[in-house]
Design a protein around this ligand. Structure first.
Ligand SMILES: NC(=O)C1=CN([C@@H]2O[C@H](COP(=O)(O)OP(=O)(O)OC[C@H]3O[C@@H](n4cnc5c(N)ncnc54)[C@H](OP(=O)(O)O)[C@@H]3O)[C@@H](O)[C@H]2O)[C@H](O)CC1
Ligand SMILES: [K+]
Length: 494
């Protein structure tokens, strides 16, 4: 699914109106009906429902929602903000329709006329949607503040009023909704952590916009889907052998950090690799060899670092950032030409030696979390800037950049894919090590760097989601999640 700009969403509307065909007012009616159905079926009806409307089509949705509720004998009161604009055609038509049912419609010209709003109320925010083109001010800003401090349950229609679809609204007045009912597809503003306190829980309502439009449309950002990932999984033919699936090397672990190496190695082995060697310090060899029977080992301190024969290499988990680790990073840059997975301490080392970025082998995968990303590429003013920076960097460098977060972004060649699997139980030490192991395994099996990354990131989150069948988000460990990588592969084949 593509994440569209406000202009593209308007075009999608127009395309649907033309090709379904359906009138604009009927499309609004369909959207409002879906909202009402969702509100009722999710048990959000309260004795007092206050619907705040702007005079655009978002406000039109609010008016239609009010009418549909009233028609079901559910009382709802409408407050229309008068900020000088004339209502859109569909707003005006819905206003007429509502007038024929109720006289309880209030026009608000100043804060003196704001109704009291309290905890017992359900507020429906239909002030502004995808048409917002400047920060809210004056009366609009005041009503947002009034609603936000009320303690009422707030359901935002399409997006919380005050959020821009595809750029930051940091510092602006924005409705802090408990729920957001967004139409047809997620929006970029609903994917970023800086807006999480505004959008609350998000439900995507399928209002039947024409699917063909997407086939004719391009967008920078899109969402990964199960079907897409499942299609890319390589079959394992009967006459294959361990050589078919590649020999991976993980350079991981150090004193006190051998857990990172073990997690990466286990995840690598569970992700289909043919052979795995782990490079560890001499003293730590027994830990590896007694815990993991399937992995081979090489000794960190030995001088001869030949990388010949490895189909892929992952470096970073638990190696530390000391000079000896820097020397290994340097050595790898000079002696290995295939894609490498760069994670954790290895990313920090690259951050300290930015000139080395130019030397990364094409197709290498960088997996920084936001802080590591900052160390590598500098600070960003907001989440949107960081996303756009990742996209720009992916044009500049022949790398796959994995920007870890609630919705991890994978940037490559000027495009970005958001992952849709995973949960907050993964916010624990060891999750990143697991991912490095998985990506290294997939690269070794001949997946292209982009394919390895989208598949690995998706499976990583999916394994964690499947772990919730027997664990809670609090209790689950990366070790549990690794044991569910198998279930995740099976789930893709269903
Ligand atoms: N395809 C769909 O998803 C459907 C969406 N629907 C709903 O329609 C809205 C979008 O409606 P639109 O009329 O385009 O926009 P808004 O209602 O968000 O805004 C209306 C106008 O408000 C003005 N504006 C913008 N920013 C501000 C501001 N800060 N202060 C005051 N006024 C502002 C702007 O006009 P200007 O001429 O003043 O620039 C906007 O045009 C979408 O979100 C859905 O809720 C359909 O109902 C169904 C299909
Ligand atoms: K809204």
């Amino acid at each position: 699914m593509l994440l569209l700009s406000p202009q593209q969403i308007q075009q999608w509307d127009a395309y649907t109106i033309l090709h379904e065909p359906i009138s604009s007012i009927d499309l609004m009616e369909r959207a409002a009906r879906h909202c009402v159905d969702w509100i009722i079926s999710n048990d959000h009806i309260r004795t007092s429902i206050k619907i705040f409307c702007g005079k655009g089509n978002n406000g039109g949705d609010g008016l239609a929602i009010a009418r549909l509720l009233l028609q079901q004998q559910i009382p709802a009161t409408v407050y229309i903000l008068e900020f000088g604009a004339k209502g859109t055609d569909d707003f005006q038509l819905n206003l007429q329709r509502l007038h024929s049912l109720t006289k309880d419609i209030h026009f608000i010209q100043s804060p003196d006329f704001f109704p009291p709003v309290g905890k017992e109320d359900l507020v429906i925010d239909a002030l502004f949607g995808s048409g917002l083109n400047r920060p809210l001010q004056d009366l609009n800003a005041a009503i947002v503040q009034h609603i936000n401090q009320s303690g009422a349950r707030i359901i935002a229609i399409d997006v919380p009023s005050g959020l821009f679809l595809d750029k930051s609204a940091k510092g602006n007045p924005v409705v802090t909704a408990n729920y957001t009912l967004t139409f047809q597809s997620l929006k970029l503003c609903l994917m970023v952590a800086e807006n999480a306190r505004y959008f609350g829980e998000v439900a995507v309502l399928d209002i039947g916009l024409h699917p063909l439009f997407l086939q004719e449309t391009e967008a920078t950002f899109s969402l990964l889907s199960k079907e897409e990932i499942a299609r890319g999984i390589k079959p394992r033919p009967g006459f294959s052998h361990k050589g078919t699936y590649g020999h991976a090397l993980l350079i991981a672990g150090n004193t006190g950090k051998m857990g990172a190496a073990l997690l990466a190695a286990k995840a690598c082995l569970r992700s289909g690799v043919g052979l795995l060697t782990v490079n560890v310090p001499k003293n730590e060899l027994p830990i590896l060899q007694t815990s993991l029977h399937e992995a081979m080992a090489t000794i960190r301190e030995e001088e001869d670092h030949s990388y010949d024969g490895y189909a892929s290499i992952g470096i970073g988990p638990g190696i530390g950032t000391a000079g000896s680790s820097e020397a290994i990073v340097r050595n790898l840059l000079e002696n290995y030409a295939k894609p490498v997975v760069w994670d954790a301490d290895a990313v920090t080392i690259l951050g300290k030696n930015k000139q080395w970025l130019e030397q990364l082998s094409p197709g290498s995968i960088l997996t920084p979390h936001p802080k590591e990303f900052e160390r590598l590429f500098g600070a960003s003013d907001n989440d949107f800037d960081r996303l756009n920076k990742a996209i720009e960097l992916s044009k500049q460098y022949p790398l796959v950049i994995v920007l870890k977060g609630h919705y991890t972004l994978i940037a490559f060649n000027g495009k970005g894919w958001f992952n849709t699997t995973g949960n907050a139980g993964m916010a624990k030490g060891g999750s990143g090590d697991m991912l490095t192991g998985m990506l290294t395994a997939l690269l070794a099996q001949g997946y292209t760097p982009l394919q390895a990354t989208v598949t690995g990131v998706y499976l990583h989150g999916l394994s964690a989601d499947l772990t919730l069948e027997e664990q809670s988000m609090e209790s689950m460990l990366p070790s549990d999640t690794i044991e569910n990588i198998g279930k995740a592969f099976l789930f893709l084949k269903e």
